[in-house]
Design a protein around this ligand. Structure first.
Ligand SMILES: [Zn+2]
Length: 179
């Protein structure tokens, strides 16, 4: 029996598109983009800890875990990545541990949490001067790689195909590009 695809609900789409958490981020510092966000993380009392090679970055309320290759990325990538993780930290604070974990275990809500965090990464690239054409390419690739039904590790393959399109629209909208 074919399993029915999961359809995103209006509340999940709205949550993903809500930039409220991203507003808590310090402005991007073009002179030291990664250093500034790392300092904000530390200033909030969130510890930065290592995770194993090959593992994705993970956020728990009091800590952000980065794999070793985080530290070898460019300043821009580290700034965008760290801001993505910092939004997850704000989500933890906003929702509380239980609700956050419940949502994270549901592919539709996980999608919403990830899209919201990824909007902060997109905004970082925009604020660091990435061109509109590159932002469009980035949003398209991110939506395809992370939020389409191809990403089995997040169980996003259970989402209906519209999830990838919605993710791309929300990412572009968050950097002021309407399509
Ligand atoms: Zn994430």
């Amino acid at each position: 029996m074919a399993r029915r695809k999961l359809t995103l609900r209006a509340s999940q789409l709205e949550y993903a598109a809500d930039g409220a958490n991203a507003d808590l981020l310090d402005p991007v510092d073009p002179d030291d983009p990664a250093g500034a966000v790392i300092r904000q993380i530390e200033h909030l009392g969130v510890r930065i800890l290592p995770t194993l090679k090959g593992r994705p970055a993970t956020t728990f309320r009091a800590a952000v875990f980065f794999p070793p290759h985080f530290w070898t990325q460019s300043d821009q990538v580290r700034a965008a990545w760290a801001r993505h993780e910092l939004v997850h930290n704000f989500q933890w604070r906003q929702l509380g541990r239980v609700v956050f974990l419940l949502r994270y275990s549901d592919p539709r809500w996980r999608w919403a949490l990830e899209v919201q965090a990824e909007c902060a990464a997109m905004q970082t690239y925009r604020d660091l001067g990435e061109s509109e054409a590159d932002l469009v390419r980035r949003a398209t690739k991110r939506a395809h790689d992370e939020f389409s039904n191809r990403n089995r590790s997040y169980r996003f393959h259970r989402l209906e195909n519209g999830a990838e399109k919605h993710a791309r629209e929300i990412l572009l909208c968050s950097v002021g590009i309407k399509r």
